[in-house]
Write a protein of this length. Structure first.
Length: 328
């Protein structure tokens, strides 16, 4: 059955100019996102995973039009989000919302929880007065917050409760797509599962589509239908969750390394040799050839000079790797 594409990313690029000196007219470029293509299907959760500094959050902000790209397009149901303005842009913003990583800094400490959740309703002139209060209380109930919390301030809540406030705020405008940027990484492990299960329940109830951004592959595999693996500004693998779970040896070596880094109850489970040796290279000085070759235990000579082509290796499974891809 053909899947409906909700959002498409084509050639998306974001380079930041970095001055090389106060008196110098030359610049270097930090290549945060360096030509990304992907599709997000209606009703799915696409997990975007990679180490800190690989460009995941920048990609999320570009998709939400919170930043402008250097090049490329983001198409929401075929409409270029960068080509619209005014009322059209405002209407698109209602359809795409965000849950931020830090529930401490993403909430205005001077506003009550009721006002925080209700602010989108005011900005978009959806409801006011008693109707606005009714909708806010309904949203609070959906995310597990009591009615008597309506007039409280963020500092009176735990981290998990604050993130529930952020989730309620994201739901206020009945969006189709929610970009969740590391929404549980700042929470205690005991609270993470509660928030993740809440997101799953809300997705089923409201037919939501998620782009779930995380550095934790275990969380992504639990929550996602498909997984996009990002490394130094590029998607190096796009696959259904079952492919990673079934045989990591058929995945990109970086994906295998991320999976091997997940704590396992079996201490004898095989670990990738030289697991993620060295630090992530700078996105200012990206290695030639395959960007992962400086840390890859499987790297061959070709990997050091020629960039691999991102190609399909099995139905629903694409990757960019000379060693595990389709050799020409």
């Amino acid at each position: 059955m053909k899947k409906d594409v909700l959002l498409s990313v084509r050639g998306l690029t974001k380079h930041y100019a970095i001055s090389s000196g106060f008196f110098s007219g030359t610049h270097q470029y930090l290549k945060a996102v360096d030509g990304v293509d992907l599709d997000i299907y209606q009703g799915e959760t696409l997990g975007l995973v990679g180490e800190s500094g690989c460009g995941k959050s920048t990609l999320g902000r570009l998709i939400l039009n919170l930043e402008k790209p250097t090049a490329g397009q983001v198409l929401y149901q075929g409409q270029d989000i960068y080509a619209v303005s005014g009322a059209e842009s405002k209407a698109l913003r209602r359809k795409m919302q965000v849950i931020f990583q830090d529930p401490y800094s993403s909430l205005n400490p001077r506003m009550t929880v009721g006002n925080i959740i209700g602010e989108p309703l005011t900005i978009h002139q959806v409801a006011r007065g008693k109707e606005k209060r009714r909708q806010v209380l309904a949203l609070m109930g959906e995310v597990g917050l009591r009615e008597d919390m309506f007039h409280r301030y963020p500092h009176e809540f735990s981290g998990g409760q604050r993130q529930r406030v952020g989730i309620a705020r994201a739901l206020a405008l009945n969006p189709k797509l929610i970009v969740a940027d590391e929404p549980v990484s700042a929470l205690d492990v005991s609270i993470q599962a509660q928030v993740i299960n809440l997101l799953l329940d809300l997705q089923e109830k409201h037919s939501l589509t998620y782009l779930f951004i995380s550095h934790a592959l275990a969380v992504v595999l639990y929550l996602s239908n498909r997984v996009a693996v990002m490394y130094l500004g590029l998607i190096v693998e796009m696959t259904e969750r079952r492919h990673i779970m079934a045989d990591p040896k058929q995945c990109h070596p970086y994906t295998e390394a991320l999976l091997a880094a997940v704590p396992a109850p079996d201490p004898d489970r095989h670990k990738v040799a030289a697991l993620l040796k060295d630090d992530l290279p700078s996105p200012i000085n990206i290695p030639p050839g395959c960007r992962f070759h400086t840390r890859c235990p499987l790297a061959e000579d070709i990997c050091r000079t020629i960039p691999p082509v991102f190609q399909e290796v099995a139905p629903g499974h694409s990757l960019a790797c000379h060693v595990r891809g389709v050799r020409g």
